[in-house]
Design a protein around this ligand. Structure first.
Ligand code: 4AD
Ligand code: MG
Length: 430
């Protein structure tokens, strides 16, 4: 018989089904064993009665260790008091593998210990719930762009030049040539947008961050869109629609996972479009009114972002940052070239910047000048400059950090739980 998913148990009430999974926990009362089985999609209680299953098998089941793998067959019924709301009356059980002493028991463990055992930690219901939500978010993002006729155009991972400054580049030896792991697919996105109109890429990006924070990984996934003929306002509108779409999907599909995480879903439900938009200068005013000493022209740190976002119940766009603190490709505001037509999206509840984006320089001379000012090698950008030589158009794009988005939607304190195997400062194992 085909095995069924615990998550889909509501469709099998009154039926004999097989579940393939692992023993998460068990307790017994002499004649009955209550097994909690997990199968990756959820948890379910399986009730084993000695009289029905026979003395010998009953004994074997009772000695089953945590994380032993089993195939259980039985009759499904509704049981609101049980985890997940359903219960199985076991008629047969096959032991697939008996587990050795499992290091992650049901008592509390320190986070360093858990991180060392990340390959096992991901089996716990909380971690599995996060990873299911992450998967849903990725699907939602792809669906969002697919429904809007965006073309998925993958950007390279190995690149000959820096996109986001040279301080956190991972360098590699490309058979004698210097290469770098991509910090962002943006520059290639711009080429692809000139070829295909509206495009996105979705892949891993790399930054050799040197500080330990709750928000930074050395390897993270970014979905990056680039649109020909979009200005900064078109760009922000698309982003808020995307975020609204993702929130709705998570609320529709992941309520039980959010419950496992004890996420306050009311905060997510309350988010309405359009999102507030404030300029960098207005954001600085908010900081000053909050008593912060802050000089116009400085970049925001995490505490600043938290103060700014605490004024809003939705994500907030901060636009028109000082030109001097932003990347070389950002288009200056024609009304005030001291600032650029870039916008970051700050998540509520102190989750910080989840999107960076903006309108790009479309003028060849200005772009060359910026590359020189940023002391970047012009040869490496020859192809990028070509985009301004052959049919240049106003265009904009953005990059959403997947892990920060997962942290926010799941309500997590630390980014290390948002990806199966996080890459953090001085931490590569497992
Ligand atoms: O703001 P960033 O650096 O923007 C870019 O890379 C643009 N080239 C994107 C574009 O316009 N196509 O990074 C974008 C987002 C940030 O807002 C943040 O969510 C995430 O990527 N991010 C990180 N996430 C985890 N760990 C890190 N070290 C991150 N650095 C950036
Ligand atoms: Mg940024």
């Amino acid at each position: 018989m085909e095995a069924v998913l615990i998550k889909k148990m509501s469709q099998h009430v009154g039926q004999q089904v097989t579940v393939q999974g692992w023993v998460y926990n068990q307790r017994s009362s002499g004649k009955i064993i209550f097994l909690i089985i997990r199968d990756g999609s959820g948890l379910m209680q399986a009730v084993v009665v000695k009289q029905e299953i026979g003395e010998e098998l009953f004994k074997k089941i009772r000695s089953l260790t945590q994380e032993s793998s089993v195939r259980v067959k039985g009759l499904v019924r509704e049981e609101p008091r049980s985890v997940g709301g359903y219960e199985m009356n076991v008629t047969s059980l096959e032991i697939v593998g008996v587990a050795e002493d499992y290091p992650i028991t049901h008592k509390e463990h320190g986070v360093d210990f858990l991180a060392e055992h990340r390959h096992l930690w991901i089996r716990t219901p909380r971690q599995a719930a996060i990873l299911r939500i992450r998967s849903e978010i990725e699907h939602a993002l792809r669906n969002f762009f697919y429904e809007r006729d965006f073309i998925l155009a993958d950007a390279p991972i190995i690149t000959p030049a820096a996109c986001e400054g040279t301080t956190n580049l991972f360098e590699l030896d490309y058979h004698g040539e210097k290469g770098y792991l991509s910090q962002s697919g943006q520059l290639y996105n711009e080429a692809n947008a000139m070829a295909l109109g509206r495009i996105y890429c979705f892949g891993p990006t790399f930054r050799a961050e040197r500080s330990k924070t709750r928000r930074h990984l050395l390897e993270f996934w970014m979905i990056e869109a680039e649109m020909a003929y979009y200005d900064i306002d078109d760009n922000m509108k698309l982003q808020e629609e995307m975020i609204g779409y993702v929130i709705q999907r998570v609320l529709d599909k992941c309520l039980s996972e959010l419950k496992t995480l004890e996420r306050d879903v009311e905060k997510l439900k309350a988010i309405k479009l359009p999102f507030p938009r404030i300029s960098y200068t207005e954001a600085v005013e908010i900081l000053k009114q909050a008593g912060e000493e802050f000089t116009w022209g400085d970049d925001f740190g995490a505490p600043h972002e938290t103060i700014i976002s605490s004024h809003f119940n939705a994500p907030v766009f901060v636009h028109r940052y000082p030109t001097a603190i932003k990347a070389f490709y950002m288009k200056p505001d024609p009304d005030n070239p001291e600032v650029v037509l870039g916008a970051d999206l700050l998540a509520p509840e102190g989750y910080g910047e989840i999107i960076g984006g903006g309108q790009r320089i479309d003028d060849l001379t200005l772009l060359k000048q910026r590359i020189a000012e940023h002391k970047l090698p012009e040869e490496a950008f020859a192809w990028y400059l070509d985009l301004r030589r052959f049919g240049t158009v106003p265009h904009s794009g953005f990059g959403l950090g997947l892990e920060r988005t997962v942290a926010w939607l799941c309500g997590l304190e630390h980014i290390r739980e948002t990806i199966p195997f996080p890459r953090m400062l001085h931490k590569m194992y497992p």
